[in-house]
Design a protein around this ligand. Structure first.
Ligand code: THU
Length: 167
């Protein structure tokens, strides 16, 4: 038997606007739409409002917001609402970018950008696997924007469709 210590390292370094790979117009439109979606989200329990906007490879944008429920686990995050909507309407079309924006009722847009929850990460990496290309995540805070080149970077040692082959 061979034993391995698996260590995972995360670096957050200064980046630049150019790294987004979006035009000014696309970036502004995506953030404005994500903010609108957050304001329209159904989050009466947490009062934490999240909007997500996906840019598709055909240039179209689809968006969603978190949808809560009195039976709490029945609710869904903005990211999954958005990815599932994209899959339902454009099943063959890759997502290139996903903007995620969140605000609280008391303090407005979050200071530290939020990162997708573990369940959303799993859905995002499945989307990347089936489309064969990464989704750039753009996490928007009040002043800071985190850019993550691929959802896969957030899920090291991930379980993906190929894992089912057992190789
Ligand atoms: N939520 C999202 O929509 N996206 C995230 O990345 C984190 C959390 C939602 C789920 C729930 O409606 C509320 O925010 C509080 O967890």
């Amino acid at each position: 038997m061979n034993f391995y210590d698996v260590k995972i390292k995360t670096d957050i370094e200064k980046s630049s606007y150019e790294k987004l790979g979006l035009t000014d117009e696309q970036f502004e439109q995506m953030v404005a739409t994500a903010s609108e979606m957050a304001q329209k989200s159904y989050a009466p329990y947490s009062k934490f409002h999240v909007g997500a906007v996906a840019l598709l490879e055909n240039g179209e944008m689809v968006s969603g917001s978190n949808q809560e429920n009195a039976a709490y686990p029945s609710g869904l995050c903005a990211e999954r609402v958005t990815v599932f909507y994209a899959n339902a309407h454009y099943p063959q079309t890759a997502i290139t970018h996903l903007v995620i924006y969140a605000e609280t009722e008391d303090n407005g847009v979050v200071v530290t950008p939020i990162t997708p929850c573990a369940a959303c990460r799993q859905v995002l990496i499945e989307k990347e696997s089936i489309q064969g290309s990464p989704i750039k995540l753009i996490l928007v805070g009040k002043e800071d924007v985190y850019v993550i080149d691929s959802a896969r970077d957030l899920v090291p040692l991930s379980f993906v469709p190929d894992s089912l082959k057992g190789e």
